[in-house]
Design a protein around this ligand. Structure first.
Ligand code: FES
Length: 139
């Protein structure tokens, strides 16, 4: 819980990440990651074992990092991923479903990476291949 991690933050005082037990400084995913099947994808869905989400909107399928752009906490372990966005517990940044920061200290958008869709609908996220935030794959 955020309040357990950093009581000083709740009180409005400065809080060094190390003193609060925050997992800042996490690394971006590398390599390719299986991400389930297209048929049951709506909103944002975490990719098992990697700091990534795969998602679908009216434009198609896309994937992005869950590493917060403020101080690199992984929001799959230090935050929440919902169908409509992500929250970072480390310092309370919020990102919308497209990775745009909407609240908190984070100012940069989340990193988008390529996702591919196989003929049977299997999704693979290619974490090393950064793409534009509006990049979509038909699905
Ligand atoms: S690491 Fe500071 S808000 Fe996410």
């Amino acid at each position: 819980m955020t309040s357990r991690r950093c009581l000083l933050q709740v009180l409005g005082a400065a809080c060094a990440a190390a003193a609060c037990g925050e997992a800042t400084g996490q690394s971006e995913a590398t390599g390719s990651w299986p991400a389930g099947n297209l048929r049951d994808l709506s909103g944002l869905r975490p990719v098992p074992g990697a700091p990534l989400v795969v998602a679908r909107d009216e434009g198609g399928v896309y994937a992005m990092s869950t590493i917060c752009t403020h101080q690199q906490c992984d929001m799959t372990t230090d935050g929440q991923v919902s169908a409509t966005g992500m929250h970072c517990d480390c310092h309370a940044s919020d990102f919308d479903a497209h990775g745009t920061p909407v609240a908190g200290p984070a100012r940069a958008p989340l990193r988008h990476v390529r996702v591919s869709v196989a003929a049977d609908g299997a999704l693979t996220v290619h974490a090393d291949e950064v793409v534009a935030a509006d990049h979509r794959v038909a699905g």
